[in-house]
Design a protein around this ligand. Sequence first.
Ligand SMILES: [Zn+2]
Length: 672
Amino acid sequence: MDSPNEWWKKPIRFISGSPEEGKIKDPAEIIKVKRSLGFNAEHISLPEDADFFKKYLEEAHKVNFRVLVYFNVHAYQPEFSREHPDWIQRRQDGSMVDDLYGFRVGPCVNSPYREWAFNQIKKIGENFEVDGIFLDGPCYYPRACYCKYCREKFKERFNADLPSWESWGETLWAKFLEFRYDSIAEFLSDCKKKLQEVNPNAIIYMNSSGLWASWPNARDNRRLSKCQHLLGAEGGFIFYTRPSEVPYWKAGATAKLLETQGDGLPTVIFIAGDHKPWDKYPLTESEVRLLIADTVANGANPWYSVQKNIGAAAEMMKFIEEHEYYYEKTTSAAKVGLVWSSKTADFYGSEIPEIDFLPPGLKISRAEMLRNFSDAFYGFYEALLRSHIPFDILDDVSIEGVIPEKYEVIVLPNVACMSDKGVKYVAGFAERGGHVVATFETSLYNEYGIRRNDFALSEHFGSKFAGKILGPYQWDYIYLRKPHPLLEGITLDDIPAPTLGIALHTVNAESIAIFREKAPGRYLSLQPLSKHPAITVNKYGEGLFIHMAGAFDSSYWTHKLREHRLLLSNSVRLKRDACPISLENAPQTLEITFRKKGDCLIIHFVNFTGEMSRPFENILPATNVKVEVYGVNSAKEVRALWSNEKLKFTVNEKSISFTVPKISFYEVVSIE
Ligand SMILES: [Zn+2]
């Protein structure tokens, strides 16, 4: 049982700012406004007037409204560097990191800045009955830090000088990356200690990493989860760039990642009400509603920074508050785990999207077409979502231990970097009957990005690496060997080849699809079959390994071909119990998540069906969505919470069926 004081383990709805900012002066009134919008907690900058703040906290606590002080530990005004030049992060050439958000400087957590920050935290904790402190940052920036304190600390730990920036493949570079991760985690851990020394009831957490390579900012969520009370990341900060390039499921995906990496910690998705890069231009109401819906549909708590669109956010918060029971202590009931490999993102390469923690215009040299993990992950994510298969995100740590029994299928989307330990546990999973779907270069590199001679999963794939990458294919084809359940729903015999593939020699594996030879141009007849399979299947123990030598996932992300989506989703559905739901009349962009609480099954429907462009202005409702859920053969009641109606249902020995009359942008169905 949680202690009743552990308020942060109950559903939280954070607000940052207020629509009445500055207009109302009375503390009780300010709190009342925030509560009336459905929020029950906030991040707030420390007010200058101490007496006001004491009164404010008193009023907040009367209505169980929790107040966390926002403390920026990652970017300061240029004057700060003039007062404390040796506290600022340095690049290898000795220059300061001074271009954050255009002009700010970044402090180094290994410098005496550390003690200064601890003192600030202690002062806040000592003087005020705050519920906690939120640290914005801390983090390192690309090309940093080579300050004298980092140099000394590194030398002490590894008896070596800091390596040159981005000396990939060198042991010291891997150590430097670990050192940066550890330095941030150690700083957080000490901040927590300092706060709790003076205010044992206060909590602390920081802005952690989302679905992007974590090395540039040195924030490793697994390390950070051990020394904070909540795990939060900016899953709802959009757009920065062309809106169509930002996954509409960004908030939900980040929530899935944090749920795994928090390992039991409650999680928070930060949603900014502004359409970035403009910090004063609000997101559309549809975008706001969907970001919040996708956050809670995937088990996280929303944090919302106020813009002029507060009405849409408040409508969501009030709904969640009213139905808090269905959001408290639920767990995912998905049976498929899609792996986000930080090791692969760090050491193999992945695209770095624009986020708030990176200075503009920065080129990250690892992002190349060939070595792109994030496109593979995004492509598989999109295919699963559009195929209505509920799934979780797992990470490197999840597969370096016994994989939980609830999973039927593990997907490794070009998880190129795998440790021997990961290989061992994935093999064990298949031996016990699990299915493993792996694409392209999965397991061809060790966890530090050093290439192996063969796939570490070679025996499991039932094939060997034939020493080369195939492609890039432009107008080429693969031939499908029918019939096979993997090819269900595909009428064509030849379909476009994915852009890239990896050459294999099969040993035991069965080939389901074969690359045709590369054509010298367009408008030619089909080329002869090559000797290279594009998809192989191999029995292993009680289970199965499906290896897509063709990079169908990253190609799907680019081209969105129906047949590629079917190959990806069929590879998962090959395991009979992997997907517990089937739908009729549902658009592909209706996301389904499965969560449970005791005997209650909670199905979330997030409708991303817009008008073919982002930002979403209007959402087209889905009507008469017929739902069949397998593995449930009795129920007392089926209720649609948003529509607020009881649904008629039928049960048979294997499933329960019902129809949801209308899903505008969000619906929650509880089966009790
Ligand atoms: Zn430093």
